[in-house]
Design a protein around this ligand. Sequence first.
Ligand SMILES: C[S@@+](CC[C@H](N)C(=O)[O-])C[C@H]1O[C@@H](n2cnc3c(N)ncnc32)[C@H](O)[C@@H]1O
Ligand SMILES: O=C(O)C(=O)C[C@]1(C(=O)O)C=C[C@@H](O)C=C1
Length: 246
Amino acid sequence: MSDASYRDAIFSTPLDRVARFSFDERVVACFPDMIRRSVPGYGQILAMLGPLARRHLRHGGHVYDLGCSLGAAGLALAGQLPPAAFRYTGVDLSPAMVERAKETLSAEHPEHAMTVEEGDIRHLDYRPSGMILLNFTLQFLAPEDRDAVIARLFEALEPGGVLVLSEKIKAADEQDNAWLVERYHDFKRANGYSELEISQKRTALENVLVPDTLEAHRARLAQAGFDRSLVWFQYLNFASLIAFKE
Ligand SMILES: C[S@@+](CC[C@H](N)C(=O)[O-])C[C@H]1O[C@@H](n2cnc3c(N)ncnc32)[C@H](O)[C@@H]1O
Ligand SMILES: O=C(O)C(=O)C[C@]1(C(=O)O)C=C[C@@H](O)C=C1
């Protein structure tokens, strides 16, 4: 199968200097395994995209998947909806991700209208869309860039459109946050990651993945113009929101 991947062992040996995390060739090669073992609820979130599209996307509408990585959301939609139901554009900044995503989508779903392009979601010339997915992508943008991107997505959405925003989050209360982070590390241990892997990955993600609180996300969505938003999924410090443009 074209999405077969290696087991993630990137942080398994001691590194003299832990480099900033980046979506390079090594990460691409093990990404399906990494994200499945590192993001609580990842599979459940993907499994709801088809049902959400059935409810909120008009037949044949356009879907953006921003920071699409290997196109997992596109694969999930194509597995659940017929080809005429939607058109899909995946966008990612990492050339290695884009190359693999293109291969996978065309090999597995040649009958679906799905394209993947290399681009920076901060500077994209957005076309009108009925559904926009940001599945664990906004967290990688510099905090000061986030408001403008969400505002542009609101503009790009057609009336009746929805934004699905999945993110690693932090709790406003320090004690609650510490508990969630510790249980998240337990989740990683249960999925086979060692103490060394957990701590080196944590270092690599410092100042690269900067989580917001759910309150900050909802305030940003409201500020951008979204009429309503709600958290439809949460598993430890990972959550998914849906925001509606009336
Ligand atoms: C955690 S991954 C997303 C996972 C993916 N959405 C999924 O469901 O499997 C984050 C992705 O965002 C991409 N990314 C980060 N900053 C970006 C930007 N400014 N523009 C486009 N893509 C970006 C990264 O290259 C990476 O592939
Ligand atoms: O491993 C972590 O600590 C994570 O936060 C998981 C996470 C993410 O949330 O995007 C971080 C980087 C990889 O893209 C895959 C998963």
